[in-house]
Design a protein around this ligand. Sequence first.
Ligand code: HEM
Ligand code: HEM
Length: 254
Amino acid sequence: MTHSPFAHYHEPLCTLPIGSARGLRFISNNAHGIHPMPHTSVRIWDLPTRLFHWTLAACVVALVVTAKLNAMDWHFRLGYCVLALLVFRVVWGLVGGYWSRFKSFLFTPGQFARHLAGKEDHSAGHSPLGALSVFALLLALILQVTTGLMSDDEISVSGPLARHVSGELVSTATWWHARIGQYLLYVLVGLHVLAILVYAVRGKKLVGPMITGDKQLPSATPSSRDSAGTRVAALVLLAAAGAFAWWVSTLGSF
Ligand code: HEM
Ligand code: HEM
């Protein structure tokens, strides 16, 4: 009986162990031995996700700089940009490209354990550890923006929601925003960049794909849709998220 080398692969392919020998790349499977898998360029990060990432990184750095320089007008403007970006990313996590969807990087404890034991490789999208860092970053940023909107420095600036919530909540939000949240973000971003450097030293280059969108993977790996249509849809979604952030910004004036 002859088996097609690909017949036993089910989505997602990249959860299978991937090894390489003498320059040839293989995917192995316990039941069927080692089969050569042709590698090809696969779109993993769609353009909206890449633009989201680098814009977010730039805005977060600028938010810290503007806060430290007391340039609060710009701090607020950038804060609203991050609010729009986060709203965009949450919705894109439901409707975006295959590897940008949350369900492609929600892992079971078993998958986690197998990944940590080196038995399962996740080379295409976020690995289980990467996913943990992504969710932690997104949650910390959502908290930072939400508390910023309610913060009040008791001198000259207050977020647009401060006047709509209780004094106690304003104090807690301000304490979190200025005393906890910012340091939590430094730690998470530091770990994020450190992890990427460690992967790079071990030969796994993750930054390139976050710029070009593509990774070299077995040709049957599912790819993220990244067509003109999906990009226009992302633009419409971003415009809606921007309108929402603008509306939130107006809540401070009445
Ligand atoms: C304030 C700075 C940063 C923040 C807030 C941040 C945040 C994030 C987030 C939220 C993701 C998930 C992307 C998604 O699925 O939407 C991500 C992924 C990623 N980031 Fe950053 N990032 C920052 C800086 C950087 C820097 C400086 C680098 C480059 C050295 C970098 C490289 C990457 C890469 C390569 C990924 C994909 C990781 C993977 O393959 O699993 N990030 N980042
Ligand atoms: C990811 C988004 C944000 C980051 C990383 C961030 C970061 C910071 C930092 C580092 C400080 C200075 C704390 C200190 O050392 O004194 C600060 C203060 C402040 N931020 Fe943000 N911020 C963000 C979003 C926002 C937003 C959306 C608003 C409101 C629209 C806001 C309003 C404020 C206010 C009012 C203060 C002064 C608090 C005080 O000093 O008591 N921030 N922020």
